[in-house]
Design a protein around this ligand. Structure first.
Ligand code: DGL
Length: 270
């Protein structure tokens, strides 16, 4: 019997769970490992050179420990910076998560699109190039949020966050000019769909209805392109989460992880 492939899903924290969920739904028959570099969270505030070195170091240890057949970097802040170096250094294929500017700009009717990401992601040359190449004559507003990833983590960990704090982080996404209004918002940080899908906060706090674009389903499709579809008869395999801080998850976090089908595993040696 052929052994099930292993997929490693990596993020700075809990945001990558939004990608993990789609990958797990598309390939329930693979061995899935979720790794959160929570010891270094938030990536959005790290210096670029320090972050490149950190991601390479952590990835080397995770690859040595888990021998994945494919790695999903479920983090825009890391993917827009360090994917070329990861691909150069390691043989395993990497699927990155980058702002979904192309589908957003081709779907927008009002031609007003906002990209909501960490301050680091919206500053990256990678993001600016995506807009130049795939902007489709849209006016794209870049909104760097200093706190939204942390607010999403706090909510998931059971620490309530006020509507006012979330509304303040997303307000600049809503632009009205000459009778037109923003109709599409790219969620360019994997933490933000936690606030949308799981916690139903973004839609409620939007200034008017918009189409929020979550890249996770497209990433799962890319994984299937590379590894093939699930084997129909295979049973789902247990998945586990690793936290580089080595901190044991609280009861609330363990319950949240369980909602994603994850048990917390042994800490990574980072
Ligand atoms: N989840 C990460 C992303 O997609 C960023 C959060 C952080 O700042 O660590 O960009």
């Amino acid at each position: 019997m052929i052994a099930a492939p292993t997929i490693l899903v990596f993020d700075s924290g809990l945001g990558g769970l939004t990608v993990f969920r789609e990958v797990a739904a598309a390939r329930p028959d693979v061995r899935l490992v979720y790794a959160a570099d929570d010891a270094f969270f938030p990536y959005g505030r790290q210096d670029e050179a320090v972050l490149v070195a950190r991601v390479i170091e952590v990835m080397a240890q995770l690859i040595a420990a888990h021998r994945p057949d494919l790695v999903v970097v479920a983090c825009n802040t890391a993917s827009t910076l360090v994917l070329p170096q990861l691909r150069e250094k390691f043989k395993v294929p990497f699927v990155g998560t980058v702002p979904a500017i192309k589908p957003a700009c081709s779907a927008s009717n009002s031609k007003l699109v906002s990209v909501l990401g960490t301050e680091a992601t919206v500053k990256r040359e990678y993001t600016r190039t995506l807009i130049r190449e795939h902007g489709n004559n849209c006016a794209v507003t870049l909104v760097g949020s200093p706190r939204l990833a942390e607010l999403a983590e706090a909510e998931l960990k059971g620490e309530p966050v006020s509507d006012r704090d979330i509304a303040a982080e997303i307000a600049s996404c809503f632009v009205a000019v000459d009778g037109r209004r923003t109709d599409t918002v790219v969620l360019a940080c994997t933490h933000y769909p936690l606030l949308l899908l799981l916690l139903q906060r973004l839609e409620r706090l939007a200034l008017w209805p918009v189409n929020f674009i979550d890249p996770a389903p497209a990433i799962a499709r890319r994984v299937v392109d590379l590894l093939g579809p699930a084997r129909p008869s295979a049973n789902p395999l247990p998945a586990h989460a690793i936290f580089t801080s080595g901190k044991a998850p609280t009861t609330t976090l363990a319950a949240a992880l369980a909602r994603f089908g994850l048990a917390a595993g042994a800490p990574a040696r980072v």
